[in-house]
Design a protein around this ligand. Structure first.
Ligand SMILES: Cc1cc2nc3c(=O)[nH]c(=O)nc-3n(C[C@H](O)[C@H](O)[C@H](O)COP(=O)(O)OP(=O)(O)OC[C@H]3O[C@@H](n4cnc5c(N)ncnc54)[C@H](O)[C@@H]3O)c2cc1C
Length: 667
């Protein structure tokens, strides 16, 4: 039986990473040329890893299902990326970033990994600036920072509301240099459908060319999975429609443990759902909470009138508004972490104070910020006695410069001008803290199989702080994996190329082909989306923002039923040997239908509330999450044994030597 060994180096936390790097095995440059590495996924995590590994001299084969790495879901990231540079002089440090992240994750992450993340954060910014990433700058030309939830300093670097896109362009240029040198062989429009193990080690993958439908074998000395998160298990989420868990789930079935599947982030500032035929939800970046104030009507009559379309928010007087985050959490106000903000919005809406027809929305209001910025700007411009209109115009200009593209996006979707009337927002599934279990080296429980970026469980515990995902993905790809993988590959310098004509490749390829054949030939009656939507509803209603034993048990049964129905009645049109998006979706939804069950099982097993995992049985008197450190201060790492219901739980006990375990408070 596999046992968990986190391989955290010994010694004081601040020296662990440095000492570790000083002592691990290295592969000499000439030998790197004889070693192949497969990187599946070329978002920020995989792209940065592929570029760096190739620069080091390894032969990299990189895979993505989009037509270019430029289109990875990372492109959607809006708000920014954290780093402890202390450019604002507000007292930031590596320790503070480490502390904020462990506390933000509600003390369910591995201290050593988080400390390393904080340590390398500054280097990420230097690297990206060197690549030409156009981070926002202040008047004097220095890099600007803004604040994100759960922290009391400004450490978020940003490029307007397009940080992910700009970082990805930097990463893509680094990749392109290696593609041109022949050190990266890029397989766009290829989907990994399974991993191949030889003698217990990951030695290759089976991939489908999504254009021709051809099934291909690819071998390597190590395989890196960087395929993003599994938020689309909810069907509706802020993730790209194609985001999926297939690679992560397939490696789980081949021996990689899956950690904390129930730790999911529901983001508080998304555009509310508008109807049953929607397939995607849109994020309004958390950066907006720097300037937007969140409120609902204080009086039920006003809330009812708004829901019926008889009252406008701008007509509600200041004293009749409930700025509930400022009221409940005066220290952090509108910048409480996401899990706290989401639950508070749900609490107000459940109590009947929601502000749209469905009662599932709260306001995000910029009027005060427009006024504040407008007055400041008028002073700077030397305007004496500016009119109200002049102040508003100047203030709107400042807001537009900071968040213009987000405001434009909102107006396009909702058809209301958010400069003039508050935005409506509601929580939506956004990010998955859970994922493939990895040790300090980012290696899974399968030798030679690594997992980085959102796909692994690593650093965010039970709740991720805003702007930390980009930091983690790029830390993994640029600064951690390139070192740790060498320690493993040092043993492979004499192995030679891995053949693909082995029985191991035959067997996995056959099982992949059999499943694809099944989908095409099944005489079903319902589309893939029909099942995905059903799964999503169960997940949202029973495994969503608030969970309880009864609902979780029902969810497990319902997911099993949907899965059974899926395998009998799914209909996949089109053919095997052509571009067939329905066939692609079928495989992904089949995996979500298994992952969803493990997710609910994990939520059922964790009899505490922590971060994004809120069990209604475990709350404090004032309605906050109640952790149980005595019994649950561990990572749940699940081992697949044939069915999600039979998965075996392994526990990685978490040690808090450098940060005191205490109740999280943002009051
Ligand atoms: C709307 C939105 C805004 C966000 N804003 C921020 C922000 O401001 N700051 C922040 O820190 N975080 C933000 N996040 C989170 C952050 O963007 C993601 O966590 C991060 O970009 C994930 O990067 P990744 O490289 O791990 O995965 P992705 O960027 O999702 O890349 C996955 C890659 O894997 C490939 N792939 C997937 N499956 C397969 C397969 N089976 N075979 C082959 N290839 C495969 C894809 O083609 C792609 O190349 C945001 C998330 C969303 C949804």
């Amino acid at each position: 039986m596999t046992t968990l060994n986190s391989k955290v180096p010994k010694g004081p936390i601040k020296d662990k990473w440095t000492t570790y790097k000083d002592n691990i095995n290295l592969v000499n440059p000439a030998n790197k040329r004889n070693i192949d590495i497969i990187v599946v996924g070329t978002g920020l995590a995989g792209g940065s890893a592929a570029a760096t590994l190739a620069e080091l001299g390894y032969n990299v084969k990189a895979f993505a299902y989009q037509d270019s790495p430029r289109r990875a879901h990372s492109i959607a990231a809006q708000g920014g990326i954290n780093a402890a540079k202390n450019y604002m002089g507000d007292g930031d440090s590596n320790y503070r970033l480490f502390y904020d992240t462990v506390k933000g994750g509600d003390y369910r992450s591995r201290e050593a990994n988080v400390h390393r993340l904080a340590e390398v954060s500054g280097a990420i910014i230097d690297q990206c600036v060197a690549q030409g990433v156009p981070f926002a700058r202040d008047y004097g030309g220095l890099l600007d920072n803004r604040s994100f939830g759960g922290v009391l300093v400004s450490r978020t670097f940003y490029a307007k509301g397009q940080t992910g896109q700009q970082l990805l362009l930097g990463c893509y240029s680094a990749m392109n240099r290696q593609i041109a040198r022949g050190k990266i062989e890029m397989f766009n429009r290829h989907e990994m459908l399974d991993v191949v193990k030889v003698d217990g080690k990951a030695r290759g993958i089976i991939a489908r060319d999504l254009i021709s439908g051809e099934i291909e074998r690819h071998s390597a000395h190590a395989v890196v999975i960087a395929t993003g998160g599994y938020g689309n298990v909810y069907f509706l989420s802020t993730n790209a429609m194609g985001s999926n868990a297939t690679a992560a789930w397939k490696i789980h079935k081949k021996g990689a443990f899956f950690a904390n599947p129930c730790f999911t982030q529901i983001h508080p500032t998304c555009i509310p759902r508008s109807g049953d035929y929607q397939s995607k939800l849109t994020l309004m970046s958390e950066s907006l909470r720097n300037d937007g104030r969140i409120w609902v009507p204080a009086n039920m009559d006003d809330a009812k009138a708004i829901q019926q379309g008889k009252l406008k928010p701008t007509a509600i007087a200041e004293e009749n508004r409930d700025y509930y985050l400022e009221r409940r959490y005066p220290a952090f106000g509108n910048l409480v972490p996401r899990d706290v903000a989401s639950r508070a919005a749900k609490e107000r809406c459940d109590a009947g104070f929601g502000v749209n027809a469905t009662g599932e929305a709260v306001y995000l209001d910029f009027a005060a910020a427009i006024q504040r910025y407008g007055s400041e700007k008028a002073k700077v411009q030397g305007l004496s006695n500016p009119s109200k209109e002049e102040v508003v115009k100047l203030g709107e200009g400042v807001i537009e410069a900071k968040y213009g593209n987000l405001f434009q996006m909102y107006e396009k979707i909702i058809d209301e001008n958010p400069y003039k009337t508050p935005m409506m927002i509601y929580p939506a599934t956004h990010y998955t803290m859970g994922g493939v279990w990895v040790d300090y080296n980012l290696m899974t429980t399968v030798p030679g199989l690594y997992c980085i970026g959102e796909a692994n469980f690593s650093d965010h515990g039970a709740n991720r702080l805003g702007a930390s995902a980009l930091m983690q993905g790029l830390a993994d790809g640029y600064f951690v994996l390139p070192y740790t993988i060498g320690d493993y590959l040092a043993d492979d310098i004499r192995t030679g190329a891995i053949p693909t004509d082995s029985p191991e490749f035959d067997e996995v390829e056959k099982s992949v082909k059999d499943k694809l054949d099944f989908f095409i030939n099944n005489e079903g009656t319902h589309s893939v989306d029909y099942f995905h939507k059903k799964l999503g509803l169960v997940m949202w209603n029973k495994v969503g923002m608030a969970r309880n034993e009864k609902h979780l048990k029902e969810a497990i049964k319902e997911i099993q039923d949907i899965r059974e129905d899926f395998w009998k009645n799914v209909k996949v049109p089109g053919d095997l040997n052509e571009l067939n998006p329905e066939l692609e979706k079928a495989g992904r939804v089949a995996d979500f239908l298994e992952l969803g069950e493990l997710f609910a099982k994990d939520a059922l097993e964790r009899e505490e509330s922590c971060g994004g995992h809120f069990r209604e049985e475990h709350i404090t008197e004032d309605g906050e999450a109640k952790r149980d450190d005595q019994n649950y201060a561990y990572v749940s790492a699940w081992e697949y044994t044939g069915k999600p219901s039979e998965a075996i739980l392994h526990k990685e006990e978490l040690e808090f030597k450098d940060i005191e375990l205490k109740t999280r408070s943002y009051k």
